[in-house]
Design a protein around this ligand. Structure first.
Ligand SMILES: Nc1ncnc2c1ncn2[C@@H]1O[C@H](COP(=O)(O)OP(=O)(O)OP(=O)(O)O)[C@@H](O)[C@H]1O
Ligand SMILES: O=c1ccn([C@@H]2O[C@H](COP(=O)(O)O)[C@@H](O)[C@H]2O)c(=O)[nH]1
Length: 301
């Protein structure tokens, strides 16, 4: 099935694939958008397989030297989604110079860390940093720091954060890339990004193969538990979004925009889902296993 999805991506590009699936899910008014999206991806992969059989096209064959997670080459000609009513959420900056097929062996390695608001991403990243010495970049922290600059961009970021919406991708990517460059490390945890398909395509266009995506961690926790954690955190965090009104909006954004990204990576075989509702230590045991196995894989390359 992965080969069929890759064949589909090869022909249509990631934006079109995700957008088509999202449109179908919205039309269905699905009660469980993530499950409906997964079903759509499966349907598309089957159709691609049939198409491939009919045309004798072998582009879906992953046995060659192309990586299974190779993102679409086709640039996103329009943003896949438009979460904000305000500034245009267009892909960031300039595309990477003519992308190579895959990252160089010594390219810095990136892990995306996803999960609902309050799922424990920051808590677990801190532990990975302590144990493995990775560099941790929280997209939310970078945006909050930028907001403090007191510029026009700062007030725009504040509005997005307060309303639980996703800041235009070019802003976030610029902050992430400048932090990566400044850090100069070889292993990065990118916490809370990509949050929607537009973030994904913006990253793809900008980063290309300069960095190697080694995996995606996703912490799964029920909304009731998340809400309790965030309200508790809100007693001391001083965060503008740890209040019940914004929390509900953040949940909605997560379900409608971020879960499709998680499902996309899951279909690419890149995403490891971890039960984040257990104790911090239990979640850490699963997280550590994940990083240990990725490190073993990376050593063999
Ligand atoms: N496994 C856990 N069990 C109980 N509480 C937890 C667990 N992991 C984290 N917490 C607590 O839940 C709150 C949210 O955790 P954390 O800040 O790590 O989440 P996050 O996913 O980074 O959140 P956000 O996306 O909002 O930045 C914190 O107060 C943290 O101490
Ligand atoms: O890639 C990103 C990351 C974050 N945001 C905005 O920031 C808040 C808080 O993010 P946390 O990860 O919970 O710290 C989030 O609700 C978004 O408004 C973003 O736009 N893009």
């Amino acid at each position: 099935m992965a080969a069929a999805i890759e064949a589909y991506l090869e022909k249509h590009g990631v934006n079109e694939m995700v957008q088509k699936a999202l449109n179908a899910v919205v039309k269905q008014r699905a009660a469980n958008p993530a499950a409906a999206l997964a079903a759509e991806f499966t349907k598309m992969a089957k159709a691609a397989k049939q198409e491939e059989g009919a045309s004798g096209d072998t582009s879906g064959d992953t046995s060659g030297d192309k990586p299974a997670d190779k993102p679409a080459d086709k640039p996103a000609d329009k943003p896949a989604d438009k979460p904000a009513d305000k500034p245009a959420d267009k892909p960031a900056d300039k595309p990477a110079d003519k992308p190579a097929d895959k990252p160089a062996a010594d390219a810095p390695v990136v892990f995306f860390v996803l999960g609902g608001p309050g799922a424990g991403k920051g808590t677990q990243c801190k532990k990975i940093v302590e144990e493995f010495g990775y560099s941790h970049l929280s997209a939310g922290d970078l945006l909050r720091a930028e907001r403090e600059a007191g510029t026009d961009q700062g007030s725009m970021i504040e509005e997005y954060i307060k309303s639980g919406k996703i800041v235009p991708v070019e802003v976030t990517i610029k902050l992430l890339l400048s932090a990566i460059e400044k850090d100069g490390g070889k292993r990065f945890l990118i916490d809370g990004f990509p949050r929607n398909t537009n973030n994904m395509s913006g990253w793809q266009l900008t980063v290309g193969t300069k960095l190697a995506l080694a995996g995606v961690l996703c912490y799964e926790v029920s909304e009731d538990e998340l809400e309790a954690r965030l309200l508790k955190r809100g007693e001391t965090s001083g965060r503008a979004d740890d209040n019940i009104e914004t929390i509900k909006k953040r949940f909605n954004t997560f379900k409608m925009e971020t879960l499709p990204v998680v499902e996309y990576y899951a279909h690419q075989g890149l995403c490891t889902k971890i039960d984040g509702s257990k104790s911090v230590d239990e979640v850490w045991a699963a997280t550590k296993d994940f990083i240990d196995s990725k490190e073993a894989e990376l050593k063999q390359k």
